[in-house]
Design a binder for this molecule. Structure first.
Ligand code: TYC
Length: 118
Protein backbone atom coordinates (compact mmCIF):
# COMPACT_ATOMS: atom_id res chain seq x y z
CA UNK A 1 0.00 0.00 0.00
CA UNK A 2 1.18 3.51 -0.74
CA UNK A 3 0.21 6.17 1.76
CA UNK A 4 1.28 9.64 0.76
CA UNK A 5 1.73 12.19 3.51
CA UNK A 6 0.38 15.61 2.95
CA UNK A 7 2.40 18.58 4.13
CA UNK A 8 -0.33 20.65 5.62
CA UNK A 9 1.89 22.94 7.64
CA UNK A 10 4.25 24.20 4.97
CA UNK A 11 7.12 23.46 7.35
CA UNK A 12 9.82 20.80 7.00
CA UNK A 13 8.59 17.21 7.17
CA UNK A 14 11.45 14.95 8.25
CA UNK A 15 9.20 11.90 8.79
CA UNK A 16 8.25 11.69 5.15
CA UNK A 17 9.69 8.90 3.03
CA UNK A 18 11.60 5.66 3.73
CA UNK A 19 15.00 4.28 2.69
CA UNK A 20 13.63 2.51 -0.36
CA UNK A 21 12.08 5.75 -1.53
CA UNK A 22 8.58 4.67 -0.55
CA UNK A 23 6.59 7.64 0.65
CA UNK A 24 4.29 7.04 3.54
CA UNK A 25 3.22 8.69 6.73
CA UNK A 26 0.36 10.43 8.34
CA UNK A 27 -0.23 14.14 8.63
CA UNK A 28 0.01 14.87 12.33
CA UNK A 29 0.01 18.63 12.45
CA UNK A 30 -3.14 20.62 12.09
CA UNK A 31 -2.85 24.11 10.71
CA UNK A 32 -4.08 26.49 13.45
CA UNK A 33 -7.18 28.24 12.23
CA UNK A 34 -6.19 31.79 13.13
CA UNK A 35 -6.86 35.08 11.44
CA UNK A 36 -5.04 38.34 11.93
CA UNK A 37 -7.29 40.55 14.04
CA UNK A 38 -8.56 43.72 12.41
CA UNK A 39 -7.01 46.85 13.87
CA UNK A 40 -8.80 49.90 15.23
CA UNK A 41 -7.65 53.51 15.48
CA UNK A 42 -8.42 55.39 18.68
CA UNK A 43 -9.13 59.06 17.95
CA UNK A 44 -9.11 62.05 20.26
CA UNK A 45 -11.30 65.07 19.40
CA UNK A 46 -10.46 68.67 20.09
CA UNK A 47 -12.73 70.89 22.17
CA UNK A 48 -12.42 74.39 23.64
CA UNK A 49 -12.53 73.48 27.33
CA UNK A 50 -10.46 70.41 28.22
CA UNK A 51 -7.11 71.60 29.64
CA UNK A 52 -4.05 70.71 27.58
CA UNK A 53 -2.39 69.17 30.67
CA UNK A 54 -5.36 66.85 31.15
CA UNK A 55 -5.09 65.60 27.55
CA UNK A 56 -1.35 65.04 27.96
CA UNK A 57 -1.94 63.08 31.18
CA UNK A 58 -4.55 60.92 29.39
CA UNK A 59 -2.12 60.17 26.56
CA UNK A 60 0.62 59.21 29.02
CA UNK A 61 -1.58 57.25 31.44
CA UNK A 62 -3.82 55.37 29.01
CA UNK A 63 -1.83 55.27 25.79
CA UNK A 64 1.64 54.85 27.35
CA UNK A 65 3.10 57.87 25.52
CA UNK A 66 6.15 59.73 26.75
CA UNK A 67 5.66 63.33 27.84
CA UNK A 68 7.11 64.48 24.51
CA UNK A 69 4.93 62.17 22.39
CA UNK A 70 1.83 63.10 24.39
CA UNK A 71 2.48 66.83 23.98
CA UNK A 72 2.98 66.37 20.23
CA UNK A 73 -0.27 64.42 19.82
CA UNK A 74 -2.21 66.86 22.01
CA UNK A 75 -0.96 69.86 20.00
CA UNK A 76 -1.80 68.08 16.74
CA UNK A 77 -5.36 67.46 17.96
CA UNK A 78 -5.60 71.05 19.25
CA UNK A 79 -4.56 72.43 15.85
CA UNK A 80 -6.23 70.01 13.44
CA UNK A 81 -9.36 68.98 15.38
CA UNK A 82 -8.67 65.26 15.60
CA UNK A 83 -5.71 62.94 16.08
CA UNK A 84 -4.66 59.32 16.56
CA UNK A 85 -3.74 58.06 20.03
CA UNK A 86 -2.86 54.58 18.80
CA UNK A 87 -3.96 51.53 16.78
CA UNK A 88 -5.07 48.39 18.65
CA UNK A 89 -7.15 45.27 18.40
CA UNK A 90 -10.87 45.94 18.97
CA UNK A 91 -10.98 44.87 22.62
CA UNK A 92 -7.97 46.97 23.58
CA UNK A 93 -9.22 49.97 21.56
CA UNK A 94 -12.71 49.94 23.06
CA UNK A 95 -11.28 49.56 26.58
CA UNK A 96 -9.04 52.59 26.05
CA UNK A 97 -11.95 54.65 24.67
CA UNK A 98 -14.02 53.73 27.73
CA UNK A 99 -11.13 54.67 30.06
CA UNK A 100 -10.73 58.08 28.37
CA UNK A 101 -14.47 58.80 28.47
CA UNK A 102 -14.67 57.73 32.11
CA UNK A 103 -11.69 59.90 33.16
CA UNK A 104 -13.06 62.91 31.25
CA UNK A 105 -16.50 62.49 32.80
CA UNK A 106 -15.07 62.17 36.32
CA UNK A 107 -13.00 65.32 35.79
CA UNK A 108 -16.02 67.06 34.18
CA UNK A 109 -14.20 67.75 30.92
CA UNK A 110 -16.02 67.46 27.57
CA UNK A 111 -13.16 65.48 25.98
CA UNK A 112 -14.38 63.02 23.35
CA UNK A 113 -12.68 59.84 22.17
CA UNK A 114 -13.84 57.40 19.49
CA UNK A 115 -12.56 54.47 17.46
CA UNK A 116 -12.60 53.66 13.75
CA UNK A 117 -11.39 50.73 11.70
CA UNK A 118 -7.75 51.25 10.70
N1 TYC B 1 -8.25 72.82 22.74
C1 TYC B 1 -7.98 72.58 24.14
C2 TYC B 1 -7.52 73.87 24.82
O1 TYC B 1 -7.20 74.83 24.14
C3 TYC B 1 -6.91 71.52 24.34
C4 TYC B 1 -7.29 70.18 23.81
C5 TYC B 1 -6.40 69.43 23.05
C6 TYC B 1 -8.53 69.64 24.05
C7 TYC B 1 -6.72 68.17 22.57
C8 TYC B 1 -8.89 68.37 23.61
O2 TYC B 1 -8.28 66.40 22.41
C9 TYC B 1 -7.98 67.65 22.85
N2 TYC B 1 -7.50 73.88 26.15
Amino acid sequence: MHIKSTDITGGPDKDKGTEDGEERGVATKVRPKTKKPSMWRVLLMNDDYTPMEFVVSILMGIFNKTSEEATQIMLNVHQSGVGTCGVYTFEVAETKVAQVMDSAKRAQHPLQCTLEKA
